[in-house]
Design a protein around this ligand. Sequence first.
Ligand code: IMP
Length: 198
Amino acid sequence: MAGRPVNDRPRLVCASANPDKVAEMEAILAGVVELIPRPGQVPDVVEDADTLEGNARLKAVAICEATGSAAVADDTGLEVAALGGAPGVHSARYAGEASSYADNRAKLLAELRGAADRSARFRTCVVVCAPDGTEVVVEGVCDGTISATERGDRGFGYDSVFQPVDGDGRTFAEMTDDEKNAISHRGRALRALLAALT
Ligand code: IMP
């Protein structure tokens, strides 16, 4: 379904405009999928679906239609048990429409102050959409806990407050890129995609 160039590596246009996510996608898909950058002239998609899968599909379909090529989109949410699954699909704008990563982390830590249950999980939904209308949908989940304070200066988004259960107590922001990608929601989703495509 994905476009096949001469070297037979699947070729996908990346629907994401977030450089932090694109860097991880490139590292995880390296050597297996050729990731083509999102064309700059395509307007941003309004992500107004109420599920991660719905938003990923909106982005993948928009880029597929604009380019005429197979496209891949990732939508990710942080689901916190004590907050009933919030911020979830609203993770990017948790502290308001124009909120920064730091604003969102500050709101999350404030909401969880004194909470006994700090369990959470990242969920990534990846949708690949091809011009013939076929699609592949995969998901990756990473369970963890929200730390009491921010730790680490790598990564992005909520990385400095998220300790994965499959790690050693460090937050994602205290890990190298390879360590994060080996156990992260995005790593798991994209490896499931590779299994589906190859
Ligand atoms: P998006 O809608 O998929 O771009 O992601 C929603 C928000 O989740 C982003 O703005 C980030 O704040 C956060 N996010 C997504 N992926 C990650 C990650 O791998 N680590 C930390 N935060 C993330």
